[in-house]
Design a protein around this ligand. Sequence first.
Ligand SMILES: Nc1ncnc2c1ncn2[C@@H]1O[C@H](COP(=O)(O)OP(=O)(O)O)[C@@H](O)[C@H]1O
Ligand SMILES: [Mg+2]
Length: 237
Amino acid sequence: MSAATLLELSGLSAGYGGPDVVHDIDLSVSEGEIVTLLGANGAGKTTVLRAISGAVRSTGTVSWAGSPLRGRPDERARSGLGHVPQGRGTLTQLTVAENLWVGGARLGPRRRREAVDSWFETFPRLRERAEQTAGNLSGGEQQMLALARALISEPRLVLLDEPSLGLAPLITQEVFERLREINARLGTALLVVEQNAAASLALADRAYVLGSGHIIRHGAADELIDDDELRRAYLGA
Ligand SMILES: Nc1ncnc2c1ncn2[C@@H]1O[C@H](COP(=O)(O)OP(=O)(O)O)[C@@H](O)[C@H]1O
Ligand SMILES: [Mg+2]
């Protein structure tokens, strides 16, 4: 039996006040599923994530566990939607420990302390750097912190905007392995936006390809990974 649909976009169009930059997007993510949204720079990937989290204006429908998802980004976050924006989403002036503490604001005080501890267990490097400011971490460490910060409030789905951006290939591999582990252990659904098609198709169950603001392909990740035409035309690989 397949898992229930958690997030569903239907005929979603969005933009920044001028003409829409993404058009008529149909996309879904089931409970516990890993879905990737691929496309070249400027295709509209970030805009789709911002429309889901309520940071840009959109038309069409976004439904969440069967009900319309509406309201401001903080209200959507309270329903269990996490978002790691492009460029990481850490509070660079605060320490690593403070970032996690702030991320856990929705938990009760005791649970919050336990959650910070358990994320330090998951990412021992972050514990070693607990008192350093986030802005002084390496790119890979910042990405791990951004992940932990989003996950600490136990979201049902996390939107990840280019988690591999600016990371060396080996570090990218580590980040993606951590994503797979977290998904398997906690059942958190992931919607991963990437230009790095190879890494994210290897991680994902299903994939959508965005070209100039439209969904031009979708299917099982292992089918798209073998599609030479797609690779040449849209993924630059
Ligand atoms: N804040 C903004 N204001 C106006 N246009 C924007 C803004 N952000 C992005 N755009 C435009 O929207 C289109 C899609 O951008 P984006 O969603 O960032 O693409 P991607 O994430 O795939 O690189 C681009 O043409 C971009 O110039
Ligand atoms: Mg982007």
